[in-house]
Every structure is written in C-alpha cells, then in structure tokens.
Design a protein. Sequence first.
Length: 274
Amino acid sequence: MPECDHNCENCSENCESRIQKLETNSLNKIKHIIGVISGKGGVGKSFVTSLIASELNKKGYKVGILDGDITGPSIPKAFNVHGQLEGDGHSLIFPYVTKSNIKMVSSNLLLTNESDPIIWRGTLISSLLSQFYVDVLWGELDYLLIDMPPGTGDVTLTAFQSIPLDGIIVVTTPQDLVSLIVEKAINMAKMMNINILGLVENMSYIKCPHCNEIINIFGSSNVNEVSKKENVKLLSKLPLVSENAKNIDKGSVEDIHIEEIEPVINEILTTFGK
C-alpha cells in the first residue's frame, strides 16, 4: 500500500482510515460550505468568522455558523447567544437564530453552565462536529461557515476528510512564529486538495486616531512573503480596533462593520457567484 497522504477523495485504496464524505439530512439545502482555519489559537479566527457571516447576512444571503471549536467555543459570546439548543425529540437539532437571522450551533449551547469545560477525547469531539453538520436543521443556506479548531489535529482532519468543504480562509497575525505555523495549515489543506480562498491577517496594525498613521505594533509583517511562497491570495489585513473588542465582549458583532473585510466578501461572492 502506498504512503497515505490523507486525501481520501481521489484514493483508490480501501484502507481503514478512509472516510466517506458526509451527507447532511434531506431537509437541508446548503449551497456552499467555507471553513475558517488558523495554525494556532488566539489569532482571531472566530472574530473573522463572525465578521464574514454578518457581512454576508447584511447583503441578503442566508448564513449559518457551525462552531467547530468544540473545546474552545467563542462564537455564541460574539453574538450574545445564551441558553441551550433544542430538538425535535428524535434526531434533529434546531439551530439558534440570532437577532439578525444568522443560524448557529455551538457546543456551548449544549451545556447547562456555559463555563463548564468539555473534557472529551478527539473521537468524541470529531463525532460532535459531524453531528452538527448532519443532524442540525439548517434548512436553506447560501453559506455555512465552519469556525474550525486551531491547528492541524484530529478535528480539522475529520472536517477536511468528511465535510464537503468548498473552500477555506486562513487567518493569521503578523508574528513570524504564527506565520510559520500557518504555513503548516496551508500545506495540510494543499495535501488534501482543499481549495484555499486566501489569507486574512488579523490585528495587522493600529491606526493613530489623530493623524491616521499606520503603526505596526507587532513589527513588520511577512504575510506578503508567505502569500507569494505558498501561492495563496492575501485577501485583507484587518486593523486592531479597541472598539471592536468591546463590541465582541458585549455580543454585538452584528453591529460591527470593518471596511477591510470587504475584499474577503468579494472573493467569496466572486468564487461562488452572487
């Protein structure tokens, strides 16, 4: 048997690790599925996911967010969502619907107490991610965004192999160490023939409120070099804005508008059609 590259889609071998693409339930009609990934935590992946969802929703598209960061969920906090998910008593799970009509599921919405940790092994976490795709009543969606767990571990591998992703967006920050780790995530996606829509550099700079001077608080970024080296589009550099952090803490991400996110939205709509 040849060495496994984890790309099951075009593999002819009948190996034990082969994973078939999942089919969601027959009541769902999801046009496009986009994963948002990062090489490590703390780079604002969930923030970028929330921004993209909100902007697509404002443009009239039907949007859902699958919070795939099972052990570190933060999507509900950004939207001020609390409580527990309900179901039909059989197999279907009903998503939470935010004030602006974005559908959402998250492991935090399964807990009695939001601060309780989820102490599960990788197989259980991967199973829940799959269940969120298959058993949630998403209905008709133009875009389902999956906020992926950081890194290149079990859950990311499961999502890449089993969920029919139409593309991914990779989130990074200016630090050299982060960029190195992000390259690993990009190369993992390439190995598995996942379409990479582009890079987003978060917390790229701050802008002086008095003179609008750009200040690179983390030093000079090498994201342009990473983009060229990996032949991946650099879609946007997002500024670090304290007011946005306050809005996230208040659960008001739907009220945020950052003009720098528009190139990301345009890339999505150009790729998949408006």
